[in-house]
Design a protein around this ligand. Structure first.
Ligand code: NAD
Length: 316
């Protein structure tokens, strides 16, 4: 039986490029009847609420308003996109201390108002900040998620779809580990119309250019850097990724998406990273620790170790 929420409320904390675009994507989908927007820049946030509200006659009914943290009250889901973003050449991990400092301030303000909510972190470095949010909130791990590698998995599927000449929705392929430079593209499990990639390419018979897989891996890992160099920030695709996560939770869809959550890594210690996870109305309902190829498993362990090292430098 579906446990879809009937009149869900969402709060977005941090209504900059990512937060505002995510709000827009959710409104277009008619996903939510009540949307609270919170930002340290109150005037700008009010402007976003006004601008988004003026589309009311073209979308499903939705009440949109700006407020302070009290506006989080009663939210079923709080999306956190507040904080600094990457400048050209900066890595996501370079943002750690700046954004962890902001999170230590805002997470208690959110949880005081919405103690039963699901928290969805988008701010980078997303895996580290998901862990910070978990610790600061004291919420159970099922209710603290990061957007993780949902976007990277979509980039992987898009590039495979172009290579194979089919719709990206007919590709199943995941990126796991850190949403960042150490992420792992799971080539060993990628499939097109149910076939492993190698079998599909043989069937297709058009001949793949040499080095095509390395080229796709590099493009997925470098995507954010390439976009930031050209237009300073990324926000459309991540907004769609977040909308998709929200949809699976609010509609209790049990979709499998690679969100970042607390993941058992016995030899490394506590860490949040992405693996395929089932998302429903209770948040993360299951994680799948799929068998990887030996070199992919080594890369995943390295990714987890790197994240753990950063966590150990934080004063939590
Ligand atoms: P932005 O600068 O446009 O917006 C950030 C917003 O946060 C601003 O409106 C700012 O006023 C607000 N803010 C800062 N401190 C705050 C506080 N204490 N309380 C409330 N609001 C506060 O940045 P952006 O481009 O929207 O990026 C936001 C974050 O999302 C960055 O960390 C970026 O790296 C990250 N991001 C993540 C992904 C992903 O896949 N997870 C993709 C793209 C961007």
């Amino acid at each position: 039986m579906s446990n879809a929420l009937r009149h869900p409320k969402i709060a977005v904390v941090g209504v900059g490029r990512v937060g505002a675009t995510t709000a827009y994507a959710m409104i277009l989908e008619g996903l939510v009847p009540e949307l609270a927007l919170i930002d340290i820049d109150r005037r700008r946030c009010e402007g976003e609420a006004m601008d988004l509200s003026h589309g009311a006659s073209f979308v499903r009914p939705v009440k949109i308003y700006a407020g302070d943290f009290r506006a989080c009250q009663g939210a079923d889901l709080v999306i956190i996109a507040a904080g600094a973003s990457q400048k050209p050449g900066e890595t996501r991990l370079d943002l750690t201390f700046k954004n962890a400092h902001i999170f230590k301030d805002i997470v208690p303000k959110i949880t005081a108002q919405a103690p039963d909510s699901i928290l969805l972190v988008v701010t980078n470095p997303v895996d580290i900040l998901t862990y910070v949010t978990l610790k600061m909130s004291g919420f159970p791990p099922e209710r603290v998620l990061g957007s993780g590698t949902v976007l990277d998995s979509s980039r992987f599927r898009h590039l495979l779809a172009e290579h194979c000449g089919v719709d990206a929705r007919n590709i199943h392929a995941y990126v796991v580990g850190e949403h960042g430079d150490s992420e792992v593209l799971v080539w060993s499990r990628a499939n097109v119309i149910g076939l492993p990639i190698a079998d599909f390419c043989q069937l297709c018979g058009q001949g793949c250019p040499p080095g095509w897989q390395q080229e796709i891996s590099s493009q997925v890992r470098r995507a954010a850097y390439e976009i930031i160099e050209r237009k300073e920030a990324t926000y459309y695709a991540v907004a769609l990724a977040v909308r998709r996560i929200v949809e699976s939770i609010l509609r209790d869809e049990h979709s499998v998406l690679t969100v970042s959550t607390l993941t058992p890594m016995p030899e490394i210690g506590e860490v949040c990273l992405s693996l395929p996870a089932v998302l429903g109305s209770r948040g993360r309902e299951r994680i799948f620790r799929v068998n990887l190829a030996p070199e992919e498993e080594i890369q995943l362990q390295q990714s987890a170790r790197l994240l753990r090292e950063v966590i150990e430098r934080l004063d939590l």
